[in-house]
Design a protein around this ligand. Sequence first.
Ligand code: MTE
Ligand code: MO
Length: 401
Amino acid sequence: MQRRDFFKKAIVVAGSAAVGGSTIEAVETTHPIDNRKVSDIAFPEKRPLITYSDRPPLLESPREVFTSALTPNDLFFVRWHMPLIPTYINPNKFTISVNGLVEKEIEVSLQELKTQFNQVELTAVLQCGGNSRTAFKPMAGGIQWGIGAMGCARWRGVRLKDVLAKAGLKKEATYIGFNGEDKAVYNKTANFVRELNLEHLDDDIILAYKMNGEDLPYLNGYPLRLIIPGVYADSWIKMISNITVTKEKQDLHFMEHAYRIPDNSCECETPKNLFKKTKPIEEMNVNSIIGYPVTGTKVRDASDLVVRGVAFDSGHGIEKVQISIDGGQMWEDALLDDDREGKYAYRTFTYAFKPKSSGSLTIMCKATNKKGESQPFAKDVKWNHGGYKYNGIDEVTVEVV
Ligand SMILES: Nc1nc2c(c(=O)[nH]1)N[C@H]1C(S)=C(S)[C@@H](COP(=O)(O)O)O[C@H]1N2
Ligand SMILES: [Mo]
């Protein structure tokens, strides 16, 4: 019997593949895998984190981190593309140069940045576009991140526009290219260079030398990095030492091939039918993560449980976060913090309740922003080949004892 059923099933599957051509059935998403352990080994200036690679360092924050509005520097995730990262930077000699289509090419030292420009501070979420990529089935290309390729920090530095103004932009200036100190090992591998259309330059884009009141950790881009609030982290160049202004778009690998999604309204495609036209990932989706409890936490029956987490979007602002403890049928509002850190920061939330019966209990959270955009159930997240912009409803499963 079982064997026959198997054959029956096989025929159905083969049939649908032959008729349809594009096998939508092959595309699904699930909640990202959440069982990875932090490493025994701590990287410099970091506490032990979930470690995917040590060269280049790829470190993910564990779920427990997502209960506070600011992510501590030593728990902040790390992503580099190139294994050649300088092991020493002399802050007294470090400069950032501005060149290309400018009136006067300049080299600005850290000291000059700190004393000759307006100093600004803002809090913003830094999130890799591939955060939670592990949820995509079939597997999407790239690091198989869980939920922790993100963090939120208070950044202090100077406005990019002020530094550009010091050099003076020429009339034809259209693109600004950014380059850090990390280098590819093989001379034909593209360096990690990004560019910004001048149209998108605004007061919130800053060159930051402080993160949560301290020098940037080395692995997060010491001594200087670009902050572009509201957009995914691939353009937040670390250890930035060069800015080149051009008229034409440069032919940059990491602009033209990576960090792009289908340019259609669902931003989706299937493995068999990849959508030809693509666009940069840019604006962050509304998202929320439960930081406490974590999956496997044992909680007492009928005792108070306080769920804690963080929510954010690209800067429209969070309207509400809701919690469900019945698989997503009924939703109740969580309490939001008072929004002190501004529109690009995490809003922390809490939700208190008493679990009523013993056994496993799944807790879900869903954020909605001020534009009315919300998070889909994990299974309804649309697939794209790079595994970008995942924002499925988060969940943890606790044991009530
Ligand atoms: N110089 C440089 N900057 C970079 C990158 C890089 O490889 N080199 N990676 C980008 C990407 S894709 C991410 S997700 C963030 C990671 O920042 P973090 O390591 O501070 O968390 O840095 C961005 N800036
Ligand atoms: Mo990234």
